[in-house]
Design a protein around this ligand. Structure first.
Ligand SMILES: [Zn+2]
Length: 437
């Protein structure tokens, strides 16, 4: 049995991330938290556990990135200031057309390095080369919900029919993941890129195997207008009409929605994956999540891929999500700190399909530890405020996933950082030179 006894200056506990324990401890046995409380009380339960002291640190439920395309790390910085069409046609798709399975594996490893260094224990992905991502995630020892893309524009198989067949084959072979940390879903890219007949096939397949569906929805006004012209329905009304919302839906973006959309999101098993920074950078708009939250619509936070954000950090995303909603609502009282933290942590973990009540007894031991020693976290008048508004991903000192340290005192425990960085630089440079960029 593996055991960890952790002592921290602060612990953010409770299902709503609203309990602050000063001079607290967490006791972990195997992959579960078995006690959380004041140090003096928890230490009475000790029986030979090694004590790990983080006395100028705060422990929070681990962060989760609920929408990304992990191997896009290789495309980081290749195109920042273009309209969506040029961005896709002149940069992203030509680059992705040259990606091999091995390139995608190294891109995913780079993504795992960054997630770990940012205190993120799991992510929800939609990309091609799913087996490359899976191999990288297994090496990293973190969690993932891998949703292979169903899309005609993938270098893996070239056309939609071949892609759909290979996605089914992959998913049928993966119904039991090796370490239990990886789960699977299906990732139809969007209603405007995947024809109805394939969406109907996906409904049939996903309901047979109880798989969640990870799909981009209502990201831009243009997309919504096109859908209204074509079907006289918004993208969300359209997927509801054809029956996709009978399944568990992980809907990325949901920026431009109407009242009927909100009713659908509220009354079905639907989670909005909110990516505020990517939506701002692509000038798509701001999803009104404070309104969604009021009606009980589930929300989790993501970054989108590294080509449109350009990092994978969730702490930064929480800050932007909070200030944007205040601006949108014209009301600084919306998005209190504990709620904002829960969106980037407990909500994400539940969206991944993991049952948790945060840093409380009985939860899986997924814990992010942030240093409070940097000047931007000083003085420590209010640890919750410091986490949301003045910390950064690089404050992460340790990350525990399912009871194991994957990052200990800023040292990777599972991955060879320098080898991965070197390899990814050379892959990226060689594709760019082939493209003449
Ligand atoms: Zn996306």
């Amino acid at each position: 049995m593996s055991e960890i006894f952790l002592r921290c200056k602060y612990i953010i506990s409770g299902e709503k991330c609203n309990k602050i324990i000063k001079d607290g401890s967490i006791l972990i046995e195997d992959n579960k938290i078995i006690a959380v409380g004041k140090y003096e009380k928890v230490k009475t339960l000790l029986s030979g556990h090694d004590q790990i002291n983080r006395l100028q640190h705060v422990a929070i439920p681990s962060l989760v990135n609920s929408h990304t395309h992990l191997p896009e790390t290789l495309l980081r910085g290749i195109c920042d200031n273009q309209k969506l069409k040029n961005w896709l046609y002149d940069f992203i798709w030509p680059f992705e057309a040259k990606l091999s399975k091995t390139d995608a594996y190294f891109g995913a490893l780079l993504g795992c390095l960054e997630l770990i260094e940012s205190g993120i224990s799991g992510f929800i992905d939609q990309y091609f080369y799913a087996s490359s991502i899976e191999n990288a995630v297994e090496e990293a020892g973190i969690r993932a919900l891998i949703c292979p893309s169903v899309f005609d524009n993938t270098p893996e198989s070239g056309d939609l029919d071949k892609t759909w067949k290979s996605v089914q084959k992959f998913l049928l072979s993966k119904r039991n993941s090796k370490n239990g940390l990886i789960k699977y879903g299906i990732g139809p890219h969007a209603p405007y890129t995947v024809p109805k007949e394939y969406l109907l096939n996906i409904i049939d397949f996903a309901s047979r195997y109880s798989l969640p569906v990870h799909i981009h929805l209502s990201e831009t006004l243009h997309e919504v207008k096109e859908s209204l012209i074509k079907y006289d329905l918004s993208p969300i009304e359209y997927i509801h009409k054809i029956g996709l919302t009978d399944l568990k839906i992980l809907g990325a973006h949901c920026v431009h929605t109407n009242e009927k959309d909100c009713k659908i999101m509220q009354t079905t098993d639907f989670t909005v994956l909110h990516n505020p920074q990517s939506n701002l950078k692509m000038a798509s708009g701001i999803a009104p999540i404070h309104k969604y939250a009021k009606t009980g619509i589930k929300i989790a936070l993501g970054t989108d891929g590294s080509a449109s954000n350009n990092d994978l950090g969730i702490l930064e995303e929480m800050n932007i999500a909070a200030v944007l909603q205040k601006y949108l609502a014209n009301d600084p009282t919306v998005m209190n700190n504990a709620y904002t933290l829960s969106l980037g942590t407990i909500s994400g973990m539940r969206t991944l399909g993991v049952d948790t009540v945060g840093l409380s007894e009985g939860s899986p031991a997924d814990i992010t530890i942030l240093s409070l020693e940097n000047s931007h976290s000083w003085p420590q008048n209010n640890p919750l405020s410091n986490i949301i508004y003045s910390s950064s991903s690089s404050d992460t000192s340790d990350l525990i996933v399912n009871g194991k340290f994957v990052y200990l005192n800023k040292k990777h425990q599972t991955l060879d950082k320098h080898k991965i960085l070197d390899k990814c630089s050379s892959i990226s440079q060689s594709i760019l030179s082939e493209m003449g960029k």
